[in-house]
Write a protein that binds this ligand. Structure first.
Ligand code: BES
Ligand code: MN
Ligand code: ZN
Length: 484
């Protein structure tokens, strides 16, 4: 979407003009068709509410849109995003190429929020649709913000980096597993981060074998695709200071391996790399807005396939940490990937804190559905800050407990750990597994986002499909706690 700013008011004859209004504050001087039409349609300016009608102005027929931004309270930013999202949903394929927004009653921040919602909701991936009818194709190309308030362009420059990051995550998550696999995930990132100043490091299987990453490689050994670890480093903070780390599960397809999943819905497992996607997108957002912090994003990329060479239930693997794992269920593969990535990260980069994102357990979806991601942490401060960042951005989290009693459930009779516990508390025992690889009490949080990366129905700022969950959460956390 092309965004343009102009200080002048929209021409009376622009074919599509929108204004955004607070609840109960309809503009004065509207044509009676609009004023009475809005009243008849019970338009009051609730968040995201739309009313539009046609009027004649200066001899031209003009479509005028009233969008609601609710009351002037703490929810205003979200209401503005909702209004932007509603505008995009209504006009993206309307046939209109240009939307003019009359912004004289908005602040610079309000414009940025509105455009954030509008551009996020406009994201589509039509690359594989070759037979779209004209009325199914995106028509809206340009949004012109007229009567633009002072500072709106700068506010938008900052916000648009975030939108770009979310878009990148959605692209990675949406692409099928024959297109995005470990090597091509890395290639996409290389292309996107080219010339940004971020530093990319890639480990191939030979290097991982050398490092002793037996758990990650065990998952990968049934696939013809080679595994990769990708680290994206951004040094926008104090020179030489240790980075904060974000880690992502990047299982580019999860068949379950020899513990194979049932056929129904297995196609969903193309998005089992949603944690890695979120980390890559968040890094892009941070880099694009030149965040003043040292941050590293590390993703473990593998495909989990059944094969003559695949690992078997009962196999014992040795992790990079030296701890051994009895692989009871080859479908509990995410934790096997994350543990070696965590060890490598801690030994190589000594991060100040670690937050991992993973579509780790189906049990998380049973517990929380698609309203919250699960949060697990060894540190109350970090957990509290992440919960708050979630509330601020809409990427909401809900905290679950960790304890020695749960930890005991993954002791193995033959190795140091087994990769699954009993049926109960499946998301917690998964988190306890990862916790065994956190060294020196480093502040660590694990976000199980199995229910969050993909949506069956449209939301305020996303359509059906990839949501980009996690990008805004990470961006907000960094902004609030690591910068300035
Ligand atoms: N990727 C899945 C978790 C998942 C399931 C995410 C459904 C999104 C939707 C993960 O690798 C997995 O298979 N977990 C198992 C763990 C079990 C074997 C202990 C699960 O949840 O069934
Ligand atoms: Mn699995
Ligand atoms: Zn998985």
């Amino acid at each position: 979407m092309q965004i343009e700013f102009t200080p002048v008011a929209p021409a009376a004859t622009s074919p599509l003009i929108a204004g955004v209004f607070a609840e109960g504050q309809l503009p004065q001087g509207l044509e009676p068709t609009l004023a009475q039409g809005a009243a008849a349609m019970r338009f009051t300016g609730k968040p995201g509410q739309l009313f539009d009608g046609f009027v004649e102005r200066d001899g031209s027929v003009v479509r005028v849109v009233l969008a609601g931004m609710g009351a002037d309270d703490a929810d205003r930013p979200h209401a503005l995003e909702k209004a932007g999202g509603a505008l995009a949903a209504r006009f993206l394929t309307s046939g209109n190429q240009e939307l003019v927004i009359e912004a004289s009653n908005l602040s610079a921040e309000a414009v940025a929020h509105l455009l954030t919602g509008l551009t996020l909701r406009s994201w589509r991936y039509d690359n594989y649709r070759t037979r779209l009818k004209d009325d199914q194709k995106v028509s809206l190309q340009k949004v012109i913000v007229a009567s633009v308030p002072e500072g709106a362009e700068a506010a938008w420059a900052d916000a648009s980096a975030l939108v770009e990051g979310v878009g990148f995550t959605r692209e990675l998550v949406t692409e099928p597993a024959n297109i995005i696999y470990p090597e091509t995930f890395v290639e996409r990132c290389r292309a996107r981060f080219e010339g940004t100043g971020a530093e990319l490091t890639v480990l191939d299987e030979a290097e991982m074998a050398e490092l002793g990453m037996g758990a990650l490689l065990g998952v990968s050994q049934g696939s013809v695709r080679e595994a990769r670890v990708l680290a994206i480093r951004w040094n926008g903070g104090v020179d030489g200071a240790a980075p904060m780390a974000f880690v992502g599960k990047g299982v580019t397809f999860d068949t379950g391996g020899i513990s194979i999943k049932p056929a129904g819905g297995m196609e969903d497992m193309k998005w089992d790399m949603g944690g890695a996607g979120a980390v890559a997108g968040a890094m892009l957002a941070l880099v694009k807005r030149r965040a003043k912090a040292n941050i590293i994003g590390v993703v473990g990329l593998v495909e989990n396939m059944p094969d003559g060479n695949a690992q078997r239930p009962g196999d014992v693997v040795t992790t990079m940490s030296g701890q051994t794992v009895e692989v009871i269920n080859t479908d509990a593969e995410g934790r096997l990937v994350l543990c070696d990535v965590l060890t490598w990260l801690q030994r190589t980069h000594k991060p100040t804190a670690i937050v991992d994102f993973a579509t780790l357990t189906g049990a998380m979806i049973i517990a929380l559905g698609s309203e919250h991601g699960g949060l697990f942490s060894n540190n109350d401060q970090l957990a509290g800050d992440l919960l708050q960042a979630g509330l601020d951005t809409g990427d909401k989290l809900w905290r679950f407990p960790l304890s020695p009693a749960y930890d005991k459930l993954i002791d193995s009779p033959i190795a140091d750990i087994r990769n699954v516990g009993p049926r109960g508390a499946g998301s917690i025992t998964a988190a306890q597994f990862i916790a065994r690889f956190v060294e020196n009490d480093t502040p660590w949080a694990h976000c199980d986002i199995a229910g969050m990366v993909w949506a069956d129905k449209p939301g305020d700022t996303w359509g059906k499909g990839a949501t980009g969950f996690g990008v805004r959460l990470i961006d907000r956390y960094v902004r609030a706690h690591l910068e300035g």
